[in-house]
Design a protein around this ligand. Structure first.
Ligand code: IMP
Length: 432
């Protein structure tokens, strides 16, 4: 079947952008189905590094059509800035190349201010959101008072709705957070201007995808964030506000259930997390610094959206098995294998123990109580060789190959590709 799904199996930042870029070479359409500009997808082509937050990374290939599905919350300012950035790099961004669902929701400065105010009010218990207004925009969607892209097609009505929305935000800001109101009129003017710029991109993307799938066009669904941040299946409440998992694709793109060729899980060769929440295999000290990098390279473990240093740790096989179950993963792409070069030993968590020393292959109540478990590790021998120039399986050091096979065995999912550097070509196909 023509639909492939790419989903992050960890807490985001698994390197999905570059995998989308790779898979886009064989795709006609690349469609985002969840989240907003909280995502950060990095793609390196030659000496150019693209950092995309909203537009599907597949747009870098000139033959693809990019879609922003109804499951998204869209900050029009970020979107227009990103369109301009791509154009400056010589990439065509026009209504022929990018379509936005009329049913996607809008993020306003009101949502962003409320996101930050709520986080500040949480004090020590904060989620560590990206501060992009994601949670408040989805809250408005669910409570049936959101602003949609559809509203941008009727400017007088949009203006009215914007005023109502901002009045409500200003009430909440002053009543709950004792904050100054946002300037209603200038925000309305700004959003009317965004509407003028985006109107011709707004269509029924679900209908378009339905036709494309029936015509046999190849569609790649590009997930944002990682499934451990899913609102239903993630480490709640330290999650994002959307359905990140593969099953979110159908709802987030407005297509019926149809056969899927592959559900590909992007998995970093170690674990990382940005923001608060439990992290059983987290490391600190020298080893953490070693895995994180210094931030000098775009590929180092610092948030693409926020610049925050990421928390890092050993690969968690328990969570990877959980990701397999929830997403129905058929394949894995194991990224950043090159970062593990030079380590004497590499650990992988295979099971958890609780305080009574009882062992769990899978925690009994999903992953909401992760802080109650200790990881139990298998230690594997590392390799010293630099992997960045390796392109063939047989040229990988034996211990790197064994590591990949161990990940397959622990997760129960085959690894189709391993990446050994940020460049498009720095991948190794993994034989079955
Ligand atoms: P929000 O999505 O901004 O509400 O943030 C909720 C949680 O998800 C926080 O822990 C964020 O750091 C995390 N998060 C959101 N988007 C991403 C992403 O693209 N990569 C990694 N973490 C993310």
């Amino acid at each position: 079947m023509p639909l492939k799904i790419l989903v992050g199996t960890q807490w985001g930042d698994e390197g999905k952008g570059r995998i989308v870029d790779l898979l886009s070479a064989q795709s006609d359409i690349v469609a985002r189905y969840n989240g907003g500009d909280n995502a950060g997808h990095t793609v390196t082509v030659g000496d150019h590094t693209f950092k995309l937050h909203l537009i599907p990374s597949g747009i870098i290939h000139p033959h693809t059509l990019g879609i922003l599905g109804n499951g998204l919350v869209i900050n029009p300012k970020s979107l227009i800035t990103e369109m301009a950035m791509l154009r400056e790099s010589g990439i065509e961004v026009s209504p022929d190349r990018l379509k936005i669902s009329f049913a996607a929701h809008l993020i306003t400065p009101g949502h962003i201010t409320l996101d930050r105010a709520r986080e500040a009010a949480l004090g020590k218990g904060l989620i560590g959101t990206t501060g992009r207004g994601i949670g408040p925009a989805y809250t408005d969607k669910v409570s049936r008072k959101g602003l949609r892209l559809l509203d941008m097609l009727d400017l007088p009505l949009f203006e009215e709705k914007l005023h109502l929305h901002l009045q409500k935000v200003n009430y909440d800001l002053s009543f709950y957070y004792q904050m100054a109101p946002l300037p209603e009129d200038s925000i309305v003017d700004e959003y009317i201007e965004y509407a003028r710029q985006l109107q011709e991109y707004i269509v029924d993307t679900g209908a378009l995808l339905d036709i494309a799938l029936h015509e046999g066009k190849l569609v790649l669904a590009e997930g944002a964030q990682g499934m451990l941040l899913d609102i239903d299946h993630g480490s709640y409440p330290f999650v994002t506000s959307s359905n990140v998992t593969a099953t979110g694709v159908f709802n987030g793109l407005g297509i019926g259930i149809c056969p899927v060729e592959n559900v590909i899980g992007a998995t970093k060769a170690f674990q990382s997390r940005v923001g608060a929440g439990p992290f059983p295999t987290e490391l600190d000290g020298e080893m953490a610094e070693r895995l994180r990098g210094t931030g000098a390279k775009p590929w180092d473990e610092f948030g693409t959206t926020t610049g925050r240093p990421r928390r890092v740790g050993w690969l968690d096989g328990v969570l990877l098995r959980y990701a397999r179950r929830i997403n129905g993963l058929t394949d894995l792409v194991l990224t950043k294998m090159d970062v593990l070069s030079g380590l004497a030993e590499i650990k992988v968590c295979t099971v958890y123990k609780d305080i009574h020393e009882e062992t769990f292959a899978v925690p009994p109540l999903g992953i909401t109580q992760l802080d109650q478990y200790k990881p139990v590790y298998e230690t594997l021998p590392g390799w010293q060789e630099d992997l960045t120039g390796v392109r063939n399986w047989d040229d990988l050091p034996e211990n790197a190959r064994s590591y990949i096979r161990f990940v397959e065995q622990t997760s129960g999912v085959r690894v189709m590709l391993a990446s050994v550097g940020p460049e498009r070509s720095q991948v190794v196909e993994v034989p079955a």
